[in-house]
Design a protein around this ligand. Structure first.
Ligand code: GLN
Length: 456
């Protein structure tokens, strides 16, 4: 059966859209920011690229990213570092003398291209926050749909059970027309949500939309949950102010604001890094310089005891440090000794994180065998997208040290549970953008986008 025909949504004629460089295009190389794929041209277009072109969009080019999507600052790329194009209106220092900041990663190129006005929208991928974090740092909107809603065919795998294609645009209002083109069942992606599940999700979402009088100027009937665990000690206090302002407006428009607790949140980041690295180590195994990847020959006269074969030399020189680190971490988590204590525990946490979310949402989880409605639950959750504003590129701990992993602390839980999550620009703190994230039940993507438009 072919893909469902695209009949809904606004045609994308004349829209310029840039594509993250881990998504296959026939027109451009697909390097994933890696030396390993520096000359790779895909023989086919990813489903998302084909759908965009069929809808009339003009693909303007590929955007830089962290190697294979691994990173939070877009500094791990063979093409170099991406610089955040935002200019603080309060700085008196001439722009060329200002200290450069990160655009966030791994879809930093996509967010920077949108923020700099180089395209109408950009496509990114989000495994643990890679669309939402750059959106927050660059002051644009970034949407990670429910896992399985957008086809991953032609998206180079980092961690298959988490990878989602996402959309970045200047404002949330520009996202739904692109999302409606892309969110179709693709039988060539085995993880694509099947039509009957989509139908069930859309029925549940319609019930939520019906009870919310979603007219401009009112938020009557909408219940917003504020999870207390999303204000960790790492959170810079001033980033809370824009969220507070949004909540004041929402409640004056009739929304009900409910504080709540998602106790498993504190374990989500660790579980994410175990699962993502384990899957990455398996996905990266195919790049051996023999079947896949650029073969890198040991130089003449090289110490062949250390670089005993083409395979080892290719992988030591074809992958950057961050990717090698993830391969080591993931391989370790999958060894017989560590499997029970790391990998299995992380999978358990993943399930508990999902049940945490299920216990607070009013809508049932359409993926559950026994979906239960909770009349007193919340429709969406709101929380800061990131723990602070864009880090300085000179701050190596924030861009490549342990702190770079901490940047994902607020985005990883929704990734583990596969939930739709949108970061909307929420204003400036000391001249730099911060985002607020809206998270909904699996399949309530339309609601999340509507709430995004209402609060932006
Ligand atoms: N920063 C996270 C990581 O490195 C998320 C990356 C992503 O979402 N692609 O795994």
């Amino acid at each position: 059966m072919p893909l469902e025909s695209v009949t809904n949504g606004t045609p994308l004629t004349n829209k310029t859209i840039a594509i993250k460089d881990n998504i296959c295009t026939t027109q451009f190389l697909t390097t994933c920011g890696s030396r390993m794929l520096q000359n790779f041209r895909s023989p086919y277009d990813a489903t998302v690229v084909r759908l965009l072109e069929e809808a009339g969009a003009h693909i303007t080019g590929k955007t830089n990213c962290d190697e294979f999507g691994m990173g939070s600052a877009n500094i791990h790329s063979i093409h170099g570092t991406v610089v955040n194009p935002h200019q603080s209106p309060f700085s008196s220092v001439p722009w060329h003398e200002r200290e450069e900041r990160s655009p966030g990663g791994s879809s930093g190129g996509s967010a920077a291209a949108v923020a700099a006005g180089m395209c109408d929208a950009a496509i990114g991928t989000d495994t643990g926050g890679s669309v939402r974090l750059p959106a927050s740092y660059c002051g644009v909107a970034g949407f990670k749909p429910s896992y399985g809603m957008i086809s991953r065919l032609g998206v180079v795998s980092y961690a298959d059970s988490l990878d989602c294609v996402g959309i970045l645009a200047k404002t949330t209002a520009e996202i739904p027309s692109i999302y409606s083109i892309l969110s179709v069942f693709d039988e060539r992606d085995p993880t694509s949500a099947r039509p009957e599940i989509r139908k069930r999700a859309s029925d549940f979402t319609q019930e939520l939309l019906d009870s919310w009088d979603c007219q401009p100027g009112t938020m009557d009937g909408l219940t917003i949950g504020i999870p207390q665990e999303y204000f960790p000690k790492e959170l810079n206090d001033c980033t809370v102010k824009p969220l507070r302002q949004i909540l004041d407006v929402a409640s004056s428009l009739g929304a009900k604001i409910v504080p709540l607790s998602l106790p498993m949140t504190q374990y989500a980041l660790s579980a994410y890094y175990v699962i993502a690295s384990a899957e990455a180590s398996s996905n990266m195994a195919r790049y051996d310089g023999i079947q896949y990847g650029t073969r890198i020959q040991p130089p003449h006269g090289a110490d062949t005891r250390k670089v005993s074969n083409v395979y080892a030399y290719t992988r030591s020189h074809g992958f950057g440090h961050e990717v090698q680190k993830r391969i080591l971490l993931g391989t370790y988590a999958l060894t017989a000794d560590a499997f029970d204590n790391y990998f299995l525990q992380a999978q358990r946490i993943r399930r508990l994180v999902t049940s945490d979310f299920d216990s607070v949402f009013r809508a049932p989880n359409p993926l559950s065998a026994n979906p239960v409605k909770k009349p007193h639950g919340v429709d969406v959750l709101l929380h800061p997208s990131a723990v602070g504003t864009a880090p300085f590129l000179s701050d190596s701990n924030a861009t490549s040290g342990l702190d770079s992993y901490v940047q994902d602390v607020l985005t990883a839980p929704a990734s583990l549970a596969g939930l739709p999550a949108l970061s909307v620009p929420a204003g400036l703190v000391a001249g730099w953008p911060v985002g607020v994230s809206i998270v909904g039940q699996w399949g309530s993507d339309e609601l999340v986008l509507k709430v995004g438009q209402a609060i932006e």
